[in-house]
Write a protein that binds this ligand. Structure first.
Ligand code: HEC
Length: 134
């Protein structure tokens, strides 16, 4: 088993709970692949999350709404107004260490998949939020 596969197993308890190992997506688009690698262990491959643990990204107002709060949540963990507060058995790590390109690809995937029909995110938009913050 690869290191990544092991990390997935530790995070999820079993590979089936995560919808399969991230390695199996090597031939897919970058955003989908990066989502599988960094996000799907919690939000699941189908974006439906797990009740009481991680919220669904399918149909989430934070995902479909303004880009600024969405980008700032992923980069800095700054809580978006549309994120419903509830007791959850998990917390989300911040992803400021990903590149602008990577965050843009992931968010474009998330906004376009799972029945969400929102506009893509560019690396320039992500870069602008990063510069505003620092
Ligand atoms: C370790 C688990 C975990 C990982 C990995 C993770 N998240 Fe999350 N995510 C959460 C939790 C838990 C919340 C809810 C946080 C809260 O309410 O404080 C959340 C909330 C969100 C929301 C807001 C949803 C809503 O209902 O408004 C978005 C958007 C989001 N995550 C995107 C991502 C993206 C994109 C990635 C990958 C780059 C990612 N998450 C990786 C656990 C995770």
């Amino acid at each position: 088993m690869t290191g990544r596969g092991l990390a997935t197993l530790l995070l999820c308890g079993s590979l089936t709970a995560c919808g399969g190992a991230p390695d199996s997506t090597a031939a897919t688009a970058p955003g989908e692949r990066l989502y599988a690698l960094h996000c799907s262990a919690c939000h699941q491959r189908d974006g439906r999350g797990i009740e009481g643990v991680q919220p669904a990204l399918a149909g989430a107002p934070t995902v479909a709404g303004d880009l600024q709060p969405l980008i700032r949540w992923v980069l800095f963990g700054e809580r978006p107004p549309a994120l419903v507060s509830q007791r959850r058995a998990s917390v989300m790590p911040v992803f400021g260490w990903l590149s602008d390109d990577e965050v843009a690809a992931i968010l474009t995937h998330v906004r376009g998949a799972f029945g969400n029909g929102s506009t893509p995110v560019t690396a320039a938009m992500v870069g602008a939020e990063r510069r505003l913050r620092h």
